[in-house]
Design a protein around this ligand. Sequence first.
Ligand code: ZN
Length: 488
Amino acid sequence: MQPRKRIGERLIEAGLITQEQLQIALQEQKKTGELIGAILYGNGFITQKDLFTVLSMSYSGEYTKEKEEEMDLPRDITDIVRQSRAVLRTTIRDVDKISDISMAPVVRLVEQIIVTGMKKRATDIHIGPDVKGTRIRYRIDGLLQHAMYLPKDMLPAIVSRVKILGAMNIAESRIPQDGSTEFVWETKVFDIRISTFPLTGGENIVMRILDKSQLLLGLDNLGFLANDIETLKKSLSVPYGMIIVTGPTGSGKTTTLYSALSTINSVFKNIFTIEDPVEYQLPLIRQSQINVKAGLTFAAGLRSILRQDPDVILVGEMRDMETAELAIRSALTGHLVFTTLHTNNAASSLPRLIDMGVEPFLLASTIDTIISQRLVRMLCNNCKEAYSPSSEMRESIGVAVPENAVFFMAKGCKECNDTGYRGRTIIYEIMKMNESLRKLILVKSGSDTLAAAARKGGMEPMYETGIRKVVLGLTSLEEVISTTRTAY
Ligand SMILES: [Zn+2]
């Protein structure tokens, strides 16, 4: 499906533009990546009214008679945009005059932007200034996708409305601001974290949507394979020691940690967390949020938590030597400590901690398990296409793949926003501490040596769990390769 081409063709059919104008716009699009509607408008080829038509087409991605019903929501937005602009022309000059009544269309517009994002399973909503308009994008399954292109003069009103939602300062536009709000949609309660950032063309907004109901998932539903769930449950049953989850930002570390915590959560355990930010509220667990301005750093918080008689402590991240050392000493003195690190794979966590200044013997005697993970997109079950990998392909994979294995490739359909993927799952490696690894830590071995020893001890590298999921038809080979490229 090529919605952009179709829009161009429809505009020609409608007599709104000429073939030449479309060619010019397509040329420009190759260079700038801007939307065709915005380019046509920017060049003066179409009027504002036509632009709205283009917007309503590009919004659903496809414009056919059969899809008319689905088009209702775009149509709504076009209407709302028109009403908002009429109101704004009279009131935008004076922020104080933007009362809730006059803002009504903008209120509805922002609501629609948020609800549409939720319907599309977006984790983040990006609203910001673009060369000739206001661009709205959604992050879905880890990738940013275009959603809407609105007129440039809409941005200040949208920003104001979002700031009101987030209890932020509406009159301040020169400095970044943070805020948050709760949003109820279809009986589900979402937490929305809002961040604004001043750019040259106006303020940029990012709204992070936290779906609390997602967390009911638990360890069994994150994507760990059955035998690995058993391994993890054993790790969680140790009375003290340290469990580390590593991976880049956005690799699902927090979800894994929370799921692990909820596995052992009980009224008989005193569980504390110190986090930045607190992403989900868990029953029974004492959660705290670092506040650097007030002096509550990870290290200071951890020191105080130790005086609160904890059994289990979650330290959001070991960012510095002081926190790392305190966390490790807590594990050594009879606490079960969960934490995260920013490393590319499990084995490199150990040299990283030694580089930070932690004594090797402390690591050797406290660390129980290191999980490294990434999120890969799952193939859309509605459109994935089976194929038999050639023998050369199977060889290049570097891991034994059954000769009659069937792989699937991403294709794209209406169900998956034409991406070929829907939802995500984790690929991971679990490094369990053993005697030979302890010895290697004591002599400050490098990550390659440690990784080799871990493999000998039974660790399946992340790439290989990824290939297992390719063989299971859950994800594509391309997805696993591109996701693990940075892991080794
Ligand atoms: Zn699909």
